[in-house]
Design a binder for this molecule. Structure first.
Ligand code: ISC
Length: 378
């Protein structure tokens, strides 16, 4: 208990230093890891496929823009395990000057506007070749003086089956854009190594979590998840990945919701020289963009008035000590000076019901809201 309290204090201490770092824990583990980069160790990569040959912690946006660069944190200090992390001497970390950046006003739509967007989306799907598209919305939540370290700790304790993270990428003196301060708890694996094997997962379809594991899935959810699996197999074909094993679709619970998931595993040696290209091709999958991919991406730029920034991008260790652990950035928020901006979206198909989609995106947001509220209501 004291250790976890110290952990929250340690995180707040690091944030006060304004230094670039990532803290994370992988699903099913209660072992946090940390990478603190030196100022010169924050690299902006120009394209998604520039990860070949790099090593560190990746924080990738949905789309690379000047405002939302693809960031690689090069290992400066790397530690695994609470007691190792707490041995880091915060005093030895140089304090960076805070560069005041006026935050852009987030574009928030009302429930009625959201429902209208979903009706329009369903119409387009019924009348064109677009089969599935993910439509998202921002949810603002008031930030007061509560500790960010405490909120992270809550999220870490409440969502053990997710990749829980806190990433701080402040603006630096070299005129680099800032990615900002982000927190999340995502269940979606993009690409993960396990010994000599690699795993990617197709995840989609959502329902409320049940007290007992007696889920039954409807055609809408089975179809929307199948689009993701089909797309992954297209990418496998292009990269000549064969043989592979599959497991699922099966139910995967995370936070207050459950999804359908199929896992695909294959030998890592298939991608020994072009793993970065493979990730660049996988992203964004139809779990966060849609199907067919290009039509869906185009539709998203028309229907969504907000910038997704790092939501539906991906993040995680990249060849760090030989391991890859990339997750899709879902159930996440950007932490602004006076508010939290939560991002939540859902897959729309011809079978979608607008009011159900509204409930789904709000339910997904409860993963973060319950951590914030637990700290605010103390
Ligand atoms: C886009 C999100 O979730 C995706 C992942 C799992 C299930 C999804 C769904 O049922 O719509 C989404 O494809 C989100 O949480 O914002």
């Amino acid at each position: 208990m004291t250790d976890t309290k110290d952990f929250a204090l340690f995180i707040d201490g690091l944030l006060a230093k304004n230094c670039p770092f990532a803290i994370w824990s992988v699903p099913g583990s209660n072992t946090p890891e940390i990478l603190i980069a030196e100022k010169e160790g924050v690299i902006h990569l120009k394209e998604f496929n520039k990860l070949n040959g790099e090593e560190g912690f990746v924080f990738a946006p949905y789309q690379i823009t000047e405002h939302s660069p693809l960031v690689l944190l090069k290992p400066g200090i790397y530690k695994k395990g609470l007691s190792e992390i707490l041995k880091i001497d915060c005093h030895s970390i140089p304090e960076e000057p805070v560069k005041e950046v006026v935050p852009e006003e987030p574009f928030i739509i009302s429930k009625d506007e959201y429902l209208k967007d979903i009706e329009d989306t369903i119409d387009v799907i019924k009348n064109t070749k677009l089969a599935k598209v993910i439509v998202s919305r921002l949810l603002p939540y008031n930030r007061t003086s509560e500790s960010i370290g405490e909120i992270y700790l809550q999220l870490f304790q409440q969502t053990p089956n997710a990749f829980v993270y806190l990433v701080n990428l402040p603006a630096n003196g070299q005129g680099q854009a800032k990615a900002g301060l982000w927190m999340g708890a995502t269940p979606e694996v993009l690409l993960k190594s396990e010994g000599k094997m690699l795993e990617t997962v197709s995840l989609a379809g959502t329902q409320l979590r049940r007290p007992v594991d007696d889920y039954s899935w409807y055609t809408k959810e089975i179809e929307e998840q199948a689009f993701v699996s089909r797309y992954l197999l297209d990418v496998f074909y292009r990269f000549n990945i064969h043989p592979y094993t599959t497991q699922g679709p099966e139910t995967l619970e995370s936070g207050k919701v459950a999804h359908l998931a199929t896992s695909f595993r294959f030998a890592a040696k298939k991608l020994a020289s072009n793993l970065g290209d493979f990730v660049a091709e996988l992203h964004p999958t139809p779990a966060v963009c849609g199907y067919p991919k290009l039509k869906a991406a185009k539709f998203i730029t028309k229907i969504e008035k907000h910038d997704r920034r790092y939501y539906t991008g991906y993040l995680g260790p990249w060849r760090l000590n030989g391991d890859v652990g990339l997750f899709v950035n879902l159930r996440c928020m950007e932490i602004m000076p006076e508010q939290y901006i939560l991002y939540s979206g859902g897959g729309i198909t011809s079978r979608s019901v607008p009011e159900d989609e509204w409930e789904e995106i709000n339910k997904k947001a409860t993963t973060l809201l319950s951590a914030i509220e637990a700290v605010q209501n103390r």
